[in-house]
Design a protein around this ligand. Sequence first.
Ligand code: F0G
Length: 462
Amino acid sequence: MKFKTIIEPFRIKTVEPIRQTTDAQRLAAIRAAHFNVFQLKAPDVLIDLLTDSGTGAMSVYQWAGMMKGDESYAGARSFDAFRDAVHDITGFTHVIPTHQGRAAEHILCSALVTDGAIVPNNTHFDTTRANIEHRRGVALNIPIAEGHEPQTLHPFKGNMDLDALERVLQANPGRVPFVMTTVTNNSEGGQPVSLANVRGASAICRRHGVPFFIDACRFAENAWFVKTREPGYEGRTPLEIAREMFSLADGCTMSAKKDGMANIGGFLALNDDALAVRCRNSLILTEGFPTYGGLAGYDLEAIAVGLYEALDEDYLRYRIRSVAYLAEKTAAAGIPTVRPAGGHALYIDAKRMLPHIPWNQYPGVALALALYIEGGIRACEIGSVMFGRQPDGTEKPADLELVRLAFPRRTYTQSHIDYVAEVLVHVGSMAKRLRGVRIVEEPEALRHFTAKFEPLAGFPIA
Ligand code: F0G
């Protein structure tokens, strides 16, 4: 290209003001939230990097599509637009709309997972794991070894360990109802999966007669990494790459809140006619009639447009570059992150950044608190608070203590990211002074959402 600056490939037509707060206001807000960022009120947050899920900006074409929404209970025109888009991109025969990704997972697991069934995945996202365990199945993670090593560089760190997959399938005939691969691998740093790896997993599954599904939440970002990192794909479009990936699978689950560019929505898509009948029956029970699932007609329209916008090359170049740009700035300041940067988020390695805080004083929470108190940034711990509590009530350390800065789509500009980098560098400079936290109160499950914390003595609160 003639010029090197990668710009936001949009201009802004509607703005949502964000509010600067004082140190004292943020301190009052976080105290009222019992030092849990999930309990903050959004207007008290300046830059919200809690998740990239459903938090993006829709385009004029999506909003225009919403005006066309057909709200008929059955046979809505909007369903045809939605189904055609999903079919065109994925090639799957049956398209089942759901209100979000976990509903698609629930329907699939209800149909296929029984007591003791094993479902391997490169790394299950929490909701996939929970849906499998709810059916008394075993959610097995088999990422490649590099996936666990924050500092090891690998172009496709999200890959599945194919030898492990072969071993699991050989050792458990009849016990694996399906295999899944998650693109990109959110729980391992938003890292991509190569098409070679998807092809390998697909071939192993076919040889064993086991269906192969893709958790496709970030399929477009994954396609961009394939285009820019996997030999042989430079000349292909993200759409062609996505189609090739889906052609290797028997179906997918999708949260349209990610690469569907919508604020809500999802789907299950698959080829097996008999399985589709069972899934649709369960859809009617839990979500709604098959031509709207859990969605309004206008949501279906927004997704039909958004799925293609997520595959736009200018958009993907800007999106992936935004995360890498923040990663470069933090690396220059010596802040340890999972490397390379992920597609939708930068993951800070809180264990390395705050080595003086032991795992059971939750370094990730301490760091997330400092980011909010110092700069009004909301990020999310992915560490021992999220994963440490065992079903019997005991605790053990998570593999990694990460803080995820997830980027909503088309929402923040380069100056927002410059600001985030400045806050990170500032918090980095006070790292030695940060202290851990203790849990004052916690629920039995999914404690990260509602636990109450208290900073330990000496925590630098202004
Ligand atoms: N699979 C992956 C890989 C995800 O990241 C998510 C959601 C889901 C499934 C479930 O989709 O939320 O629409 O039900 N991830 C969000 C996040 C919540 O913040 O990473 P959903």
